[in-house]
Design a protein around this ligand. Sequence first.
Ligand SMILES: Cc1cc2nc3c(=O)[nH]c(=O)nc-3n(C[C@H](O)[C@H](O)[C@H](O)COP(=O)(O)O)c2cc1C
Length: 186
Amino acid sequence: MATVLSISGSPSPTSRTARLLRHLDGRLVREGHAVVPLDVRALPPEALTGADPGHPAISEVASLLGHADGVVIGTPVYKAAYSGLLKSLLDLLPQYALAGKTVLPLATGGTLAHVLAIDYALRPVLSTMGATHITPGWFVLDRDITLTPDGDVSVEPAADGPLTQALGHFTTALDRAAFAPAAAGA
Ligand SMILES: Cc1cc2nc3c(=O)[nH]c(=O)nc-3n(C[C@H](O)[C@H](O)[C@H](O)COP(=O)(O)O)c2cc1C
């Protein structure tokens, strides 16, 4: 069993990205993983704008990351890149906060013109932060995510298949990482 920190970088109170991540959290939990959800928008604004990496709320996120084996990072595409809110958190975390972590990057967006935003914008930042293994990410069109009255989402089958596959790559990498130290010591 791995511990996964699931970070939504959307500032929206009705975020499709956040709802999608919480849906995926449920799938991870059913597979036996422990998931800690984190919505960046729930952090105190002064923690994100105060340029103080030692703010207790930022230290708490750094600690959650320290205890996580894997990280799911989801962002809406804003102006052809990831959200400024997500960047405001990442900028305050330690340089190598993702060292030793398996990371699954996800994005939602309004147009396929920006389907590569994960690869040209988010992935380089995750690499800079020392992520050990960034598994293949996935971009989901906002119109393929339907919010359901119970707080969950349904995802169009054409998008859900590749998304499930991306989640599978992530959990496989987590499992491999869990066995790696034992294998190295054998
Ligand atoms: C300020 C703003 C900028 C956006 N820019 C883009 C963009 O450049 N490319 C794109 O594909 N979608 C863009 N969108 C659409 C959002 O990425 C899309 O609706 C996303 O699913 C919203 O996620 P959220 O509900 O989690 O915030 C933009 C939306 C907003 C509000």
